[in-house]
Design a binder for this molecule. Structure first.
Ligand SMILES: Cc1cc2nc3c(=O)[nH]c(=O)nc-3n(C[C@H](O)[C@H](O)[C@H](O)COP(=O)(O)OP(=O)(O)OC[C@H]3O[C@@H](n4cnc5c(N)ncnc54)[C@H](O)[C@@H]3O)c2cc1C
Length: 109
């Protein structure tokens, strides 16, 4: 159902209905269902940095190609905040390692 958000999940011991809101018309309706799967969205949690660190139009932190360098020397970004393509645990861990090495090198220099 396009243009709908879940306003309420109903049920006692198990789910039996959801209250849906049409985001275009504001109409509220109840739909009987047996279960709910919650999917998490794709808005990177970078708002806190937006005044300082450069991001793309979707809010992902921009890093110099092949490194974890941001626009601020000594600040490195890794993981899901700078990756809009893969967003996996192993890629986040990999860029985390890159950021740690970049930070170590920065401190040494
Ligand atoms: C439902 C779901 C299923 C997934 N399934 C898979 C899968 O099967 N395989 C897979 O490889 N990947 C999966 N992923 C993706 C994987 O979880 C992420 O790619 C990975 O966790 C990203 O790691 P991260 O360290 O970049 O970010 P996160 O794991 O999100 O860590 C960010 C941390 O920063 C903290 N934080 C946020 N704001 C602040 C702040 N202001 N101050 C201090 N701390 C803050 C958060 O609390 C959090 O602990 C899944 C993700 C979701 C949501």
């Amino acid at each position: 159902m396009l243009n709908h958000v879940v306003e309420e999940i109903k049920g006692d011991k198990t789910v039996n209905a959801v209250v849906l809101k049409n985001t275009k018309t504001g109409e509220i309706k109840e739909k009987k269902i047996d279960g709910v799967f919650m999917a998490i969205g794709h808005i990177p949690n970078t708002t806190v940095f937006k005044e300082q660190i450069k991001t793309d139009t979707d809010g992902y932190i921009l890093t110099e190609a092949g490194t974890t360098k941001t626009n601020i020397p000594g600040v490195f970004a890794c993981g899901d905040v700078q990756d809009k393509i893969y967003r996996q645990a192993i890629t986040a861990a990999g860029t985390g390692c890159m950021a740690a090495l970049d930070a170590e090198k920065f401190l040494e220099e």
